[in-house]
Design a protein around this ligand. Structure first.
Ligand code: E4P
Length: 213
């Protein structure tokens, strides 16, 4: 399973990369705003840190605007993936990008049928948001399971990026379902390596080692 990091904060990307855990990066307008930096400048810097897919999201709501923004972003680096919202206009733009060989990540997916439509439009990636569904008392991971089944039923090569991850359990369940990728906030990446019994075990080994002296 691939891990992407869901952030536009380059220091977090560098730290997670040193752990060998970053196969790609996803950003969105909120994450760019949180970084407090210029959009293109930060995306360009990320391309120098991670050699993998880097999602940069368009702001336009109409297909023509999305395509024009996306073409500009795609010029930054061959690893750039254009993130488009899951709307009818987004589907039109996805189809055009697909014809031009520009990779896409169709985002804000909340139902398996939306994912099917995106795959049919030629999306490289789909991003089902699990945490935001959990937030409204719907089991977000059920949709991921259904998307996996649909893509396997028909041989779609569109990759599933499980997004809106809040906890290590989301990562575990996405891996069990066979989702291709999880895009994970830095705070959750840090949690993944932790286990209290590991810490207790190290303490005990060191205490026993002291006794040998
Ligand atoms: C996905 O690409 C999005 O950037 C992200 O996962 C959204 O997560 P949130 O629901 O925590 O904002």
């Amino acid at each position: 399973m691939e891990f992407f990091i869901d952030t536009a904060i380059t220091d977090e990307i560098k730290q997670a990369s040193e752990l060998g855990l970053v196969d790609g990066v996803t950003t969105n307008p909120s994450l760019i705003a949180k970084s407090g930096r210029d959009f293109k400048e930060v995306i360009t810097e990320i391309t120098g840190i991670v050699d993998g897919p880097i999602s940069a999201e368009v702001i336009a709501l109409d297909a023509e605007g999305m395509v024009s923004e996306g073409r500009e972003l795609a010029k930054i680096h061959p690893n750039i993936v254009i993130k488009v919202p899951m709307t009818e206009e987004g589907l039109k733009a996805t189809r055009i990008f697909s014809g031009e060989g520009i990779k896409t990540n169709v985002t804000l997916i909340f139902s398996p049928l939306q994912a099917l439509l995106a795959a049919k439009a030629g999306a490289t990636y789909v991003s089902p948001f699990v945490g935001r569904l959990d937030d409204i008392s719907q089991e977000g991971m059920d949709g991921v399971d259904q998307i996996r089944t649909i893509f396997d039923n028909f041989g779609y090569t569109t990759k599933i990026i499980v997004a809106s991850i809040r906890t290590p359990m989301h990562v575990l369940n996405a891996a069990l379902i066979g989702a291709d990728i999880c895009t994970i906030p830095f705070s959750v990446i840090k949690q993944l390596a932790k286990h209290p019994l590991t810490d207790i075990g190290i303490e005990k080994f060191l205490a026993d080692w002291e006794k040998t002296k």
